[in-house]
Design a protein around this ligand. Structure first.
Ligand code: NAP
Ligand code: GDD
Length: 372
């Protein structure tokens, strides 16, 4: 039985990857951080299964800033594969905590690689590093002749997050070349799901769409509506991570859908999914979104009501304007075929958030009706 160790197992990707590897018969170990309140919501269902059936799933307390802890966990687990997904992953927040991001996302990667080397596991343990399309920085002149970023496009990170991740990228490649380690970068473009953190733009939009439709929120405030992203589904992307580590030769791969969409259009798609059409008027910080029509009898939205506005607090000091990746190498070499398109992703996220908001609304009503 193969043994996998996942850092960042409590995150969006970690939770889907754990499910995938368990399905494939792996023994899965995960690193979770100690927190003052529960932080395992995305993997609780796996943990509970473990007590009912035979599920090979173990969690270890740890942190990527703590070398001795990382060495001890890897020594105990003796993994065949390590997926280093742990990171402070929010680009905007990285401008507030640049040193912490460098430590976790940059040096944290080195700690994993060094631990494997110190323990003499270079031949046994394969390592996946969660690299990112943020490395490209969205510079138009760096796209290839087909208009995509590919594995040869130059990097130009535009945030402390991107700068930390570029160190993670190069140190992974360097350990592969210097010590012959099976260490690979997956350069993943944005991927989302119903488990996406609530402060990333897609989830913020789908949660707010559900709350506005159900009368629980008046207006959604966003930052740069002009940004364009190449969005896929996290479930498809964790499958690609696994495929990267099953190859004969270690290499780096872009994982992307090859299509890009404006943030503004993602808003329109989410509302349209629940029968509400939005019309945008105005420009820049004055741009606003209004209800143009509402065909769903369940939602009582007044026509012409303003429900979207721009709030400059969500702008970034330096922005990545446009990302679009070329998945040719991953499709041909890895045989990777995504099951979701953007419409399928939005449909799943909206269905999940409508249920979520309904449940929250019901709980609020129950709580307010209890006379303490
Ligand atoms: P996520 O939901 O934010 O999850 C990040 C995970 O890292 C969480 O489990 C978090 O723990 C953990 N973590 C944070 N700081 C840590 C530390 N100091 N030590 C150990 N663990 C720590 O991110 P994601 O979307 O799943 O992304 C997974 C990885 O892929 C990240 O490295 C991200 O940078 C990278 N990536 C993501 C995308 C994307 O579009 N999703 C694209 C390219 C690359 P808590 O739950 O305790 O916070
Ligand atoms: N978060 C957020 N909130 N972003 C907004 C908002 C808002 O209110 N309004 C507009 N945006 C724009 C951002 O300026 C950015 O251009 C785009 O929406 C996407 O933002 P995020 O969803 O926060 O993702 P990201 O692209 O910055 O970073 C994500 O993808 C990277 C891969 O390209 C993260 O998952 C990173 O960890 C990942 O590496």
């Amino acid at each position: 039985m193969k043994i996998a160790l996942i850092t960042g197992i409590t995150g969006q990707d970690g939770s889907y990857l754990a499910e995938l590897l368990l399905e494939k018969g792996y023994m899965v170990h995960g690193v979770k951080r100690r927190a003052s309140s529960f932080n395992t919501q995305r993997i609780d269902h796996i943990y509970q299964d473990q007590h009912q059936a035979h599920v090979n799933f173990t969690l270890h307390y740890g942190d990527l800033t703590d070398s001795t802890n990382i060495i001890r966990i890897i020594q105990e687990v003796q993994p065949d594969e390590i997926y280093n997904l742990g990171a402070m992953s929010h680009v905007k927040v990285s401008f507030d905590s640049p040193e912490y991001v460098a430590n976790v996302d940059g040096i944290g990667t080195l700690r994993i690689l060094e631990a494997v080397r110190i323990l003499g596991l270079e031949k046994k343990t394969r390592i996946y590093q969660a690299s990112t399309s943020e490395l490209y920085g969205g510079l138009a002149e760096n796209k290839n002749e087909k208009g995509f970023y590919d594995e040869h496009s130059p990097f130009y990170p535009r945030s402390p997050y991107g700068a930390a991740k570029i160190y993670g990228f190069w140190i992974t490649k360097n350990y592969r070349e210097a010590y012959n380690m099976f260490a690979c970068n997956g350069i993943l473009f944005n991927h989302e799901s119903p488990r996406r953190g609530e402060t990333f733009v897609t989830r913020k939009i789908t949660m707010a769409t559900a709350a506005i439709a159900l009368g629980e929120q008046d207006c959604l405030y966003l930052g740069n509506l002009e940004a364009q992203r190449d969005w896929g589904h996290a479930k498809d992307y964790v499958e690609a991570m696994w495929r990267i580590l099953q190859q004969e030769v270690p290499e780096d791969y872009i994982i992307a859908m090859g299509e890009t969409t404006y943030v503004r259009d993602f808003v329109k798609m989410s509302f349209s999914e629940v029968g509400i059409d939005i019309e945008f008027r105005g420009e820049g910080v004055d741009e606003k979104g209004y209800v143009a029509s509402c065909s769903n009898p369940d939602y009582q939205l007044e026509l012409g009501k303003q429900i979207i506005a721009v709030d400059p607090q969500y702008f970034r000091p330096t922005e990545v304007d446009l990302l679009i990746g070329d998945p040719t190498k991953s499709k041909t070499q890895l045989g990777w075929v995504p099951k979701y398109d953007l419409a399928g992703l939005v449909k799943e996220m909206m269905a999940s958030d409508i249920l979520y908001v309904k449940k929250e609304k019901m709980l609020k009503e129950v709580r307010s009706s209890i006379n303490y």
